[in-house]
Design a protein around this ligand. Structure first.
Ligand SMILES: [Zn+2]
Length: 150
């Protein structure tokens, strides 16, 4: 298939990543907006990876579509500013988001918020793929990361 999901990437198998990857950071969008987006992607009948920030009944609809992968979109920004909304350390923040999507194999942090410690703990918790690094030659869009790099 021409489109792939982030969690299907196998670095030993180039055909697994020589594809188009549609990824969406849900970013607390309202259900109305999220549903509008899901309708478009389902109509196109393509694969997509959804990085989830919050509980919504629409997660069940996303899980029911075999084209879709659900990852987590952890937000470490409050923690960095001394706000324990999502947990009092990076491990608790990861667990907060994994409680929403326990099956997640992929993640993308807000504001590229990663470190080797976060990545090691994510791996310990079952995350196999992270999608924070934007490779400019391969990027299409990039949700602002692209601008941040230049
Ligand atoms: Zn985001």
């Amino acid at each position: 298939m021409f489109f792939g999901n982030i969690g299907e990437i196998d670095l030993e198998n180039p055909s697994s990543y020589q594809k188009i990857f549609l990824t969406f950071d849900i970013d607390w969008a309202s259900d109305e907006v999220l549903e509008y987006c899901i309708d478009i992607i389902e109509k196109a009948n393509v694969k997509a990876t959804w990085f989830v920030t919050h509980e919504t009944p629409l997660l069940e609809r996303l899980r029911a579509n075999p084209n879709f992968e659900l990852g987590i979109h952890p937000n470490f920004n409050p923690l960095l500013e001394g706000d324990f909304t999502y947990g009092k350390n990076y491990k608790e923040v990861l667990k907060h988001f994994l409680n929403i999507v326990p099956e997640a194999k992929s993640m993308r942090s807000h504001c590229l918020g990663i470190s080797s410690r976060i990545l090691q703990e994510a791996k310990n918790l079952g995350i196999t793929h992270e999608s924070n690094i934007c490779i400019p030659a391969m990027a299409a869009g990039g949700g602002g990361y692209f601008e941040a790099l230049y």
